[in-house]
Ligand binder design. Structure first.
Ligand code: BGC
Length: 744
């Protein structure tokens, strides 16, 4: 029973409502049940379909850059041979193509997909940033807004959320996920699916979600995108799978296969993933789409000698729809004729696709309603983007109270290659977002200071490359100012797909720029905009104030200004560890202990000769302009049976002098198990807002789903023995208590 429930633990409670935003209902009920008569309708269609039409339903083709369909699509649609498209969007265009599909013999509508990853037109922070909010309601809200905007443009299906756990920041796609932790990843996966799909899949303003990339794509060796992965079944089940399971429980009806080889069998042709786990164990009722040309790539992997064999292997494993490459259509009929692929396999894949089309209400409402597409960004959407961006920011350091800045400041220097760059802040998947709609940091800060204040700007240096021409000017500007804000990091193309990096330092001369500005003696704040953890030990050591803003989206400048001037007190926490150097990677908080934990006095313990073992900033770290204290960690039981439950409670108090947010985090350690367990595992968190002096008791349920693990036989169990519990403000330190699970 617990096997199926593991990732549901995250979703037992509806998320708290995001302050300042309209309440979105976060119901717990599973997404709309299949309509009655569904199977009959599917079978009825299937009976009438030719093999060609069946294979057509399994084909997804790409549109033109810019969102138009291709002339060929019209032809295929009329013949009933185009199941789905990606990137075709815009209500008028979608309807033209849909009309062609509805003129076909069986009138099966096309499913229009698009990558709506962190916003459609109103661009929100990259998912890694949003995860730093530790606020599932924020993630749900941004996904709901994205769904409303995308569906207005005829999009019925987003290829999101990406729920890959990523513990190697060299991999550029860490930007698209929720970071390193399966628990946080599950909470965010659930929230995003709920936001995209809501409770009623047929609703006009919703889109189907797609959990991707199934599976282990985030474990690419050496952090190099698309690279091979090799993970034990234990790690797959404990670390990689939970967010997928959460997405499924939230109602996701589609999954996308991953590009990577997994333990010798590429994911796209991997029956363990597609059939055993997803269908047989989890009862998934939807369909799996391959990633872009991933079926064709089975040949390059060396799993198939030609296209026919690639199609046979992928379809046979349970990858139902083929994205972009056309091997199912080219070879499917012959594979069946030659007896190499049972027709039943194709029929089953078609059934799955049709079922989802019915459940999404596509047959009842195939067309996009004209007139819902808004030419301008809605003010309530912008307001949400600003709030969520500010909630995503993490104050990494603030020595000597440099922050918040004083609005009465006379002269402020705004410096750096990202200070006035409107494209980069939109991040890796800007969808239909436009740079001209974005607010740069320079604009945001100008808008916040008093009218008589002087805001000076210098770019300082290019984002990358060796040119140092601007440094002198930056120094001159900083010298004239009462404070300097230096905005540095990565541009939008330096993270995301095919954007792995072997070094994680600030690119180009940006560190020299920071040093030069700091060298003027002007109080200096570094604002980081990046899609992944960076190795910034010098900055962490020397710059008094450092704000991690990620790529914050269309309202970036306003949100940064809100935080720097203290209108918003930062409360985000790191969803991924910041290493000191690339040599420490992989580094994550939920590691195993080793038999020789690091001991400075003993050479023969697990350490480096040339670096500390600790990270630069740990998972869960993030400061505030106020201070908090945790006290009174209490457990409702000291012993419990394996199927028992207990509650951990802890008091949190705002001990400073401004209102602020703390993310109270609850970790466990199973200290005595038949399979070694991580030194800590997150099992609950809550972001609370407290006034100065205000206290709150926060409670966390600990049920078998929180306490169990996958044993040597891959079954989920709770074992008797000692458990430690930590209530903390990050994955390091905090209060500790313990209890024991005793045999029944
Ligand atoms: C990416 C997917 C994406 C697809 C369609 C692929 O290259 O890996 O995440 O959904 O393209 O754009």
């Amino acid at each position: 029973m617990t096997l199926l429930l593991l990732s549901a633990l995250a979703v037992a409670e509806p998320p708290a409502v995001l302050p300042g935003l309209e309440a979105e209902t976060a119901a717990e009920a599973a997404v709309s049940a299949p309509p009655s008569g569904l199977d009959e309708r599917v079978e009825e269609l299937l009976r009438q379909m030719t093999l060609e039409e069946k294979l057509g339903q399994l084909q997804q083709l790409d549109g033109e850059a810019g969102g138009d369909y291709r002339p060929e699509h019209l032809e295929l649609a009329r013949q009933g041979r185009l199941g789905s498209t990606l990137n075709v969007r815009g209500a008028k265009r979608v309807n033209e193509l849909q009309k062609a599909a509805l003129e076909s013999r069986l009138r099966i509508p096309i499913l229009f997909g698009y990558d709506v990853i962190h916003g459609f037109k109103t661009i929100f922070p990259i998912p890694l940033g949003e995860a730093a909010s530790f606020d599932p309601a924020a993630a749900e809200r941004s996904a709901a807004i994205a769904a409303a905007e995308a569906s207005a443009a005829g999009v019925r299906w987003t290829f999101a959320p990406m729920v890959d756990i990523a513990r190697d920041p060299r991999w550029g796609r860490v930007a698209e996920g929720a970071g390193e932790d399966p628990y946080l990843g599950s909470v965010m996966a659930w929230a995003r699916v709920k936001g995209f799909q809501g409770e009623d899949l047929t609703a006009q303003d919703k889109v189907l979600a797609c959990a991707k990339h199934w599976a282990a794509y985030g474990a690419a060796e050496a952090g190099r995108d698309y690279n091979t992965t090799d993970l034990s079944e234990h790690t797959l089940r404990s670390v990689v799978f939970p967010p997928f399971r959460a997405a499924l429980e939230a109602g996701a009806l589609t999954f996308m296969s991953a590009f990577n080889d997994l333990n010798g069998v590429p994911a796209t042709a991997n029956p363990f993933l597609m059939t055993q786990v997803l269908r047989q164990e989890w009862g998934f009722e939807g369909f799996v789409v391959s990633d872009y040309t991933a079926v064709q790539e089975l040949v390059a992997h060396g799993l198939a000698s030609d296209g026919a064999e690639a199609a046979r292997r992928a379809l046979g494993a349970g990858t139902d729809m083929e994205m972009v490459s056309r091997l199912y259509n080219q070879h499917g009929a012959r594979l069946v004729q030659e007896g190499r692929l049972p027709l039943a396999v194709i029929d089953e894949a078609v059934r799955r696709v049709l079922r989802v089309k019915f459940r999404a209400g596509l047959f009842e409402r195939p067309y996009a309603e004209l007139g819902r597409e808004s030419p301008v960004l809605r003010s309530d959407h912008l307001k949400a983007a600003r709030l969520i961006a500010a909630r995503s920011m993490v104050l990494l350091r603030n020595e000597g109270g440099v922050l918040p800045l004083d609005k009465r400041i006379r002269t402020l220097a705004v410096i750096g290659p990202l200070a006035d760059d409107k494209r980069s802040m939109l991040g890796t998947w800007p969808a239909d977002g436009r740079a001209e709609d974005a607010v740069s940091v320079l604009e945001g800060l100008r808008g916040k200071t008093f009218p008589e204040a002087k805001v000076l700007y210098a770019k300082g240096c290019a984002l990358a490359g060796e040119g140092a021409e601007g440094l002198d000017e930056a120094v001159r500007v900083a010298q004239q100012a009462d404070a300097a804000v230096v905005v540095v990091g990565e541009d939008a193309d330096m993270s995301g797909e095919a954007a792995s990096r072997a070094a994680l330092d600030l690119p180009g001369r940006q560190l020299d720029l920071v040093r030069a500005v700091l060298g003027t003696g002007t109080p200096t704040v570094v604002v980081l905009m990046n899609g992944r953890p960076l190795t910034i030990p010098w900055i962490a050591e020397n710059v008094p104030a450092v704000l991690e803003a990620w790529h914050p989206g269309v309202q970036a400048g306003h949100a940064v200004a809100d935080v720097l001037f203290g209108d918003v007190n930062p409360g985000g926490k790191l969803p991924i560890t910041f290493p000191r150097s690339v040599g420490q990677i992989p580094i994550y908080y939920a590691h195993k202990s080793t038999g020789r934990p690091p001991d400075a006095k003993n050479k023969y313990t697990s350490k480096y000769l040339d670096s500390p073992v600790t990270p630069l900033y740990p998972f869960g770290h993030g400061l505030s302009y106020t201070s908090f204290e945790l006290s009174d960690l209490a457990l409702s039981a000291k012993t419990l049976p394996p199927d028992g439950k207990l509650t951990a409670s802890v008091q949190v108090e705002n001990t400073g002098n401004r209102p602020g947010d703390e993310v109270v985090q609850l970790y466990i350690q199973d200290a005595d198990a038949s399979v070694t367990r991580p030194v800590r595992e997150l099992r609950g968190f809550e972001r609370v807002t407290l006034k100065p002096g205000e206290k709150r008791k926060v409670e966390f349920p600990l049920t078998p789903e929180h306490l169990g693990f996958y044993g040597r036989d891959s079954r989920f169990i709770v074992e008797p023995g000692l458990f430690r519990v930590f209530a903390a403000a990050s994955s390091v330190g905090g209060l500790e208590a313990s209890f024991e699970v005793v045999p029944k």
